[in-house]
Design a protein around this ligand. Structure first.
Ligand code: ADP
Ligand code: MG
Length: 235
């Protein structure tokens, strides 16, 4: 038990340090980008080409820093009891524009009364990471992402299914490894964060995939039976 507490403290110090380093790097990065943009205005030929490549690389650094800050930012956990359909409706609202602009369909079907206890911000972040990956994987085929939520015994299951590019078993086995990404602008931090969030609330995250056919992510969370005295409407 004591060991666990020491571990948690270490993690807090590390994540605070990581957050401040990421933060410190962000300001010089922004000013470098500003100057490059100025230079780009009058650049031509090879010079223009090199400056453009530098901008792409700087943007990539910025993506990584933002994902990293999201992960490392020390946060006060506020666990609440709420239903999965509430949280999925909120997520659908924020993700719909991304899906639509990429011609990917997005549908959500959730049973009522699927009560869970978690930090809303974190569980949303975890689900959004999975759903965004499904959308990314379905862009080329203008595919469909389907989310269903249902009860199984004393568990709540959230299934995110896409008919996108899919993954090989090698790819599946390294999901969640920091910085593993196959995307031009990917950071490879999304699923690492997602796995941690799900584990922290004693949940499970499983992936099944067939290359060229699609992927199914299954989030299994402990359900809360007695919610009556604990329920607070979500923000
Ligand atoms: P990122 O999205 O920044 O690449 P993630 O950690 O979210 O990082 O995902 C890591 C990698 O896992 C992705 O680059 C992609 O190759 C693969 N992946 C994740 N979800 C899917 C999916 N639904 N379909 C196909 N590949 C996926
Ligand atoms: Mg991702």
């Amino acid at each position: 038990m004591q060991e666990q507490i020491i571990c948690t403290e270490k993690l807090n110090v590390t994540s605070q340090l990581a957050a401040s380093v990421a933060h410190e790097i962000r300001s010089p990065l922004t000013s470098i980008k500003g100057f490059l943009q100025l230079l780009l205005r009058n650049a031509e030929g090879k010079e223009k080409q090199y400056l453009e490549i530098s901008m792409v690389e700087l943007n990539r650094m910025e993506y990584i820093l933002n994902d990293f800050l999201n992960y490392a930012k020390p946060q006060i956990e506020t666990k609440k009891v709420f239903t999965v359909s509430e949280i999925l409706n909120q997520i659908k609202e924020s993700i719909d524009p991304i899906a639509q602009s990429n011609s990917v369909g997005l549908d959500v079907v959730s049973e009522d009364n699927l009560w869970i206890q978690a930090d809303q911000y974190k569980i949303k972040q975890a689900l959004i990471n999975i759903i965004k990956n499904s959308i990314d994987a379905s862009i080329a085929s203008k595919g469909q992402v389907s989310i269903t939520a249902y009860r199984q015994l004393n568990k709540v299951c959230i299934k995110i299914r896409d008919n996108g590019v899919g993954m090989t078993s090698e790819q599946l086995s390294i999901l969640g490894t920091p910085f593993y990404s196959t995307k031009m602008n990917g950071t490879g931090l999304g699923l690492m964060v997602t796995f941690r969030i799900v584990q922290a609330i004693n949940g499970k995250l499983e992936f099944q995939s067939v290359k060229g056919e699609g992927t199914t992510a299954l989030v299994i969370l402990p359900s809360v039976a007695d919610h009556k005295n604990k329920y607070h409407p979500i923000d």
